[in-house]
Each structure stands twice: as C-alpha cells, then as structure tokens.
Design a protein around this ligand. Sequence first.
Ligand code: 4AD
Ligand code: MG
Length: 479
Amino acid sequence: MKRTKIIDILKSNELNKEICAKGWVKTRRGNNYVTFIALNDGSTIHNLQIVVDMNRFDESLIRRATTGASMSVTGKLTPSQGSGQNVELAAESIEILGDCNPDEYPLQPKKHSLEFLREIAHLRFRTNLFGAITRIRHAMIFSIHDFFTSKGFVNIHTPIITASDAEGAGEMFQVTTLSMDNPPRTEDKKIDYSEDFFGKATNLTVSGQLEGELAAMAMSDIYTFGPTFRAENSNTSRHLAEFWMIEPEMAFYDLNDNMDLAEEFLKHLIRYALDNCMDDLKFLSQRLTDEEKNKKADERSMELIEKLRFVSDNEFVRLTYTEAIEILRDSKPNKKGQFKYPVTGYGSDLQSEHERYLVEKHFKKPVILTDYPKEIKAFYMKMNEDNKTVRAMDVLFPQIGEIIGGSQREENYDKLVARMKEMNIPKEDMWWYLDTRRFGSVPHSGFGLGFERLLLFVTGMGNIRDVIPFPRTPKNAEF
Ligand code: 4AD
Ligand code: MG
C-alpha cells in the first residue's frame, strides 16, 4: 500500500479510510488491552497516534516498537478520543522495519541538553527541536529563492575554490594537492605554488561577491547562495568556519536602494516563516518560554512569535557609524565601564556588545549602520566625499548583532586602484575585477546575509551550532 505522510494524514478528514503510515517511534505507552504509539516521519512536528488493540497483535511484535524503532502501519483513520489530535490510526497490520536497541539508543523520550545533542548530531534530527529547525531552514531557503525570483534576480553559482581573498581579512582555508611533508620550493625557499594543482595558491572562498559583481555588470540583478569558509579562530555562539551566505548584487543601486532591499528581504523571510512554519514556531516559542520561566519578568526576552511580528512590522532605524559612536560613547554602560571594549570615539571597531546595546537597549529595533571608517572595512567599498568613510552598511538584529554586511561598491577605476594600493592588494591578481571598472562601469551595490544568523533569529536558538545540521567550528569536524 502507498504510504501517506503524517502531515497529510493529520490534515485528512477522510475517516474510516485505509491508509499506511511509516516513521520512527517517539513513545509507546499502554496496558494489556491497548497500546498507543506516537509515530513521526519528519513531515511535521506533530506525531500520529497509532492505537493498537492488543487482542489483535502478538505482544512480542509490539514490544519491538521502542523509541527510535522504525515501522510501517496500515489501518483505518478514526476520530481521536484523546486530546491533542483530531485523528488517530487504528492499526490493522504492523511491520517493524528496523529495531532500535533501547539500551544503546542515546535519545530517550526526555529533554537532552543541546551540548549532548551536538555530540550525537547524526541522530539529533530525530528530536522535535531539530525537526522544527530543519523544516524552518528549508522554508527559509525556499523563501529566499522565491523572493529574488519574484523580483527578477538571477541566481549565480560562484566558485568555491578561489585565488582571491574578497574580504581581505586573510582568514582562508588553503586548498592544495602539494605534499605537506615535502612541498616543492622556489630558489628563495618559498613554496612553489606554480606546481600546485591550479598553478597558483588557492583557498576556499570567504564570499562570492567579487564574481557576483561580474555577473551583475551584465544581468543587472543577481544573487548567490553558497557555502563560505572562514578560518577565523572565534569560538563564539555566532561564528562558524563553514556557513552559508546569500549575496545579492545590483547594478544601478546606491546605498539607499541597497538598504531598502535588505530591509524588505529580511521582513519577507520573517513573514514567510510566520505564514508557513507556525506549528514549528509555536514549539520553539514554548521551549524558550519554559527555559525562561525561572527568570525575573524584566529579564525575559520577548516571546518568539511576538518578536518576529515586531521586526517584520516595524521600520528599521538607520544612522551613521559616527552617530552610533556618539550614542555609545555617552551610554551608561560605557561610562560605567561595563563594556569589555570601551568606546573612545571615532575609529573604534564595533563589537557585538555595542551592536546589541544599540539594538536591544537604545533603539529597541533593528538598526542599519552606514558610513563606517574606511580603515575597518573592505577595499571595494565606495569612498564618501569626506575621504574618511565608506558607503558601508551593517544590519544589526536583537540577540544576533550583525546579520547583514554590505555596501555600495567603488565603481571608479582610479579610486579603486588607489584603495587597493593603500591596502596592499596586488592589482595584477585582480585584473578581471578591475576590468568591470574599465568596460561600462556603473554604480552598484550588494550585501551578504549570513544564513545561519538569520536562522538564529527566526528560531530563537542561542547557538549557531544548532541551526546547521553539521557545524564546522575550531577543533570540530565530526560527522
Ligand atoms: O560582513 P561580511 O564579511 O560581508 C561579506 O562577506 C560581503 N562580501 C558581503 C557582500 O557585500 N556581498 O559577511 C556577511 C554576513 C555577516 O553579516 C554575517 O551575517 C555572516 O555573513 N557571517 C558569518 N556567519 C557565520 N559565521 C561566520 N564566521 C560569519 N562571518 C560572517
Ligand atoms: Mg561584516
């Protein structure tokens, strides 16, 4: 018999119809007469209740339906007597597809710590929590493509192996086929990359932007959505060594157009989650509320769904870096020495504690900061007339800090070359990028959204390792 997914079974109102469900056992309870099995197949957070009349089945078969075991059940859909579901499945035949030894299976029907679940990432999809996160992750991927498609953007695959460091931060993973023990050397004893696979030194990309810009100089509006890699040794709850980034790049956009798009984009994604993932969001919200129940009322964070609505319904605040620095310099925590990195004035790089102060305490709204000092931003950003600041923008979110980084790009060949010289970026390596500024250059802008940072916000999870199936962080590449 053809299997029906549990999400469809639970929506069905065709009672007394014969159907087949397959999935994994969450729990089993009952007595000598009747057994209830909660079955889940990942299609929804809700389980299908299987009702087993023990007169009709061999007890030894039903005893194999332990937590984690997989099974196929056929039977009739009946109205449920119990609370919590409308329908249940009265079993007529049951097949255990795969046993699951309860003495060895690490997932028990109880609350496990997130740390423990990270150690069993190969099994954590089976928890309600990771099921919900995984479905929301998918919904966000879909919504991203949907948003850009509806605006006439073209998706571009940019290379994963690259010879250039787009962000100039030098935090790259090297890709090589040279022998680590005995690499070929040049006369001056340096490693001879001309003998490497690509004939030059290559790395995993930190961003698809530079190639994205090339495409935008013909297609007008493009976006990339790919994996990016950063070897920064920051063991924080917001950094991954391998993460996914969405990078739109738009010809004829200035910084204001760029901010408008970023704001519309984020709101669209959040609304999509509210419209399409409510069952999972309710579960996540309840989890957070339970976690915070011991906190004092004024220490509790805003309820998840309320917070998502708040962000999707309110305008983001826009201000310059210089204005933000003044607010921070004069802020209470700065005067009282409560910031780990005191804000002295123009030129300080903003730390996540400062970003969060602005968003969570001062404005109580998402904030877009613009016009940062050129010294703390990448070479490609357009210079302002003050010759000090660049047309950068960072979107800052509550609990997350920076969720988007972007800018208007320097489209003027001479100015761009001058900036590269100042920052010691060899012109010869970037000839193809510079060519766009020689052949029909236009004002253009773009930004990068960290996909896992978005998921942190939408799911309310506190650690970025829990919103990607198999996180890559320093000293951690299991699974
Ligand atoms: O601000 P970033 O470094 O910007 C760029 O890479 C530009 N090339 C984007 C562009 O203009 N096309 O990174 C963009 C976003 C950050 O705002 C953050 O959300 C995320 O990527 N991000 C990380 N997410 C997880 N782990 C890390 N180590 C991250 N580093 C950046
Ligand atoms: Mg950034």
